[in-house]
Structure formats: C-alpha cells, structure tokens
Design a protein. Structure first.
Length: 431
C-alpha cells in the first residue's frame, strides 16, 4: 500500500491500489471462539465444522485486521508521510527566511506531540522569499512518493496567520466528498495543522504565505487513485499520524471507505465492488453506463465498503469477483484477508449437490485444494454456470443481510482473466 493509496486521513477526517498477491490460506488448528472474540489463534476461520449457519444463512463475520508486519521475517522500517515532510520543508524555509542561514536539520512535531528531526536537502533565499526541500523516506512501504522532494516556498504577507497554497505537483480537489474545499489544494487537515504549527514556531506572530509543491508530482499521481477521486494535477499531501506504516491494511480499508464516500457525495446510488484490477476491468465492461467513480477495488474490505455505502444512503451494490472471494463471502466472511479466512470448500461441495452434481463430484469439490480447483471441477462436469449462479445468489443474500436491508444487491462471478462473466444473479450478464 502506498501512501497515496492511503487516504486514511481523508476518510477519518471528512488517495489504483495494487492488488494484494493471492496466497493460499494456511491450514492449521483452529479454536472455536465466542462470537466477537479472538483467541490466541485469531478469529475462527470459515469452512470448519464449528461454523454457525442460522435460519437466514451463515453467521456474518468481519474479523479484525491482521497484524501483517508481525508475520514478516524481520521488522519493517517505518517512514514519514508527505504531510510530515511538507511541514519540515516549511519550517526549514521559515528558518532561512527569518535567520538568513540555510539550516542543515529541522525539527517538527508529529500529531502525537513527538518531535522528529529531518535533514534539509536544499534551501535557497531569493529576495523576500525562501525555499527548502525535504526528501521523503517512506521506509519499507512500497510508496509511489518515496524519494519525492517535498518543497516549501515561504514569504511574508500582510494578513495575520498562515495562508497555505498548493503549487506544482500538488493535486487540486475537483469533487465533493473528500472533506476538502472543491477548488483547493489536496492537503489534508492534519498536514495543514502540522505545516501551520511548524511555520508559527518560527514566524513570531507575523503573517506568512506557504506554497507546497512536489516536482514530478503529477507523474507520481498517475499511479494513485487521485484522478478517480477527483484530485487532479498531482499528489495529495497526506498523514493522520505523520508516520507511514509499511503494508498498512488499515490504510487500504480507509481508502476503500473514502472511495465509496466520494461516489455517494456525487449522488450516485450504485456502488460496484471489485476485488482487484482484473475484476474491475470486467465490471466496467459489464456496466458501461456507470461513471468510473462508482467502481471501487475493495480487496479484502467488502464489509467496510458495504457499511459505508449504507451509511451514506446508497441503495444498490454490485459485487464482481472470482470464485475464491465469492466463496468466502458466501460463508458470511466480510473481511477476507488470507490470514483471517480460509476458502470453505465444504460449502462448495454443498453447492455441487444442490445443482445435481454426483456424490463423487461433491466429494471431490469438498476436498478441493482451492476455490479455483473447485471451479475447474465444476467446469469439467458442465456445472459451472449452475453452481456459479447458486454461489452468486448466496453471496447476494449475505450482502443484503450485512447491509441490514438498506442495499439491493447483485453479484457476478468472472473467470480468472476477469474478462468473462460465467455466472450471476442476473442471467443477462452471463456471456
């Protein structure tokens, strides 16, 4: 997850995320848990004999987020958000403007109150204005803005206070729903506060204009979701804590929620949830009449997307996915990270029986290694469409239940290229 794909800040206070590599679920001992609790081995995984199925379908579960860094072979290095780096650049520029001496280091406060020190990569005094650069270090996070030169230009102004503007490479907000003024720079509330505080520590009560720019920011933004969110011309200046935590699943969840909020703010009643880039391309081909803002890559966070859609008054959800994610959803699991849910092949065996498959085939599907293996068994037996339709119907029921009846739902299952719909709750969608 990159910082620009990490608009947790905007979601918490009101930025195409790369897909998480598919991993085969680990098979191991599972302890039965009281609902809502997690024991030493984490929440109970679906597909086990202890799973609960009520009269209305499977128990709905949205397990806690995994501590992904905990599972990695070594500790990952944290980094600094664009907001923190921008505040450091602004303070360095102010120190140069006030004292006339280029600073080598500068200290700024994080929202927590902790103070951190940054090297100043460049600083220039040019008449009545000063400019300074701090280079962003994202730590071990695969952040598209890693190495970006966060640049602040400051000059005195007659008005009291700090006037913050966006320069080249900082995006402009063009749509509502982000918690920022339309037409203004994509600088989040917390970074705004950090920059204002950093400048005020040096300005001595005088009025200051601050312009934040990011050379090459427009190119960097092409690798983010900014354009779809209506942030044009550059990156966003982000950060709620000031710190980038590598591979943050919490950030991804927040970006999913934000994308739904943007669609709702534009009056769209329908949200189309896709599990990744391939399924999103297939969904767009399936529903060409919907604007791009309606399509959201949810990854593992279907529950968060549904909850946000219902809270924001949306009325229709379409889920487009492949067999693996659909199987997890059909089992009632709304947060489908591989560490928190296994593919329930027992459920797929039951689906096989429900559509007239032989006992032998049902046993093979029940014992399948993966959802893809089950898919291939259905396909070889000529039951892919029938079994897929039943699976989609079960997912639809789960989505409606999780949305507490506020959302109508339809579901489409695509093949493993993401291009062909092989089953759906709407027959006309099937190729």
């Amino acid at each position: 997850m990159t910082e620009q794909l990490d608009p947790a800040d905007l979601a918490a206070e009101a930025a195409a995320a790369p897909g998480v590599p598919t991993r085969r679920p680990a098979r191991g001992r599972v302890r039965k848990q009281v609902s809502g609790e997690a024991g030493p081995d984490g929440p109970e995984l679906p597909g086990q004999a202890s799973g609960v199925v009520g009269p209305d379908g499977p128990e709905l579960r949205e397990p806690d987020l995994p501590r992904t860094a905990k599972d990695r072979p070594k500790a990952l290095r944290t980094g600094w958000t664009t907001g923190t780096c921008a505040s450091a650049a602004a303070k360095a520029a102010m120190e140069l403007l006030v004292g006339g001496v280029p600073p080598r280091w500068v200290e700024v406060a994080l929202p927590s109150g902790r103070r951190v020190t940054f090297a100043v990569a460049e600083s220039v005094l040019d008449g009545d204005e000063a400019r300074a650069v701090v280079v962003k270090d994202a730590g071990d996070d695969p952040d598209v803005t890693h190495g970006a030169r966060l640049t602040a230009t400051v000059r005195w102004q007659d008005d009291v206070g700090v006037a913050l503007r966006g320069g080249d490479g900082v995006g402009t907000v063009t749509r509502p729903g982000l918690g920022l003024d339309v037409g203004g720079p994509a600088i989040n509330p917390v970074p705004r506060q950090m920059i204002t505080q950093a400048v005020a520590e040096v300005a001595g009560g005088r009025g200051v204009e601050v312009v934040i720019s990011v050379p090459d920011g427009e190119r960097m933004a092409r690798k983010t979701t900014n354009r779809r969110l209506g942030i044009l011309g550059g990156i966003s200046i982000l950060g709620t804590t000031g710190i980038v935590r590598p591979f943050s699943t919490a950030s991804w969840r927040a970006s999913v929620m934000q994308a739904v909020q943007v669609a709702a703010a534009q009056g769209e009643p329908t949200i189309v949830l896709c599990t990744g880039g391939r399924t999103e391309a297939g969904a767009m081909a399936l529903l060409p009449g919907l604007p791009e803002v309606c399509f959201v890559e949810v990854g593992d966070f279907t529950g968060a997307a549904l909850r946000t859609a219902a809270e924001r008054g949306m009325t229709q959800v379409v889920f487009v996915g492949m067999a693996g994610k659909l199987t997890k959803l059909a089992a009632g699991v709304l947060m489908t990270h591989y560490t928190r849910s296994a593919v329930d092949t027992v459920l797929l065996g039951q689906v096989t029986t429900a559509v007239g498959g032989s006992a032998e085939l049902a046993a093979q599907v029940d014992g399948a290694n993966t959802a893809r293996h089950a898919y291939e068994l259905w396909e070889a037996a000529g039951l892919l469409r029938a079994a897929g339709d039943v699976l989609c119907a079960r997912v639809r029921d789960v989505l409606v239940r999780f949305g507490k009846g506020a959302l109508r739902a339809d579901v489409a299952m695509v093949d493993f290229t993401g291009k062909t719909v092989v089953a759906a709750t709407r027959p006309e969608w099937v190729a």
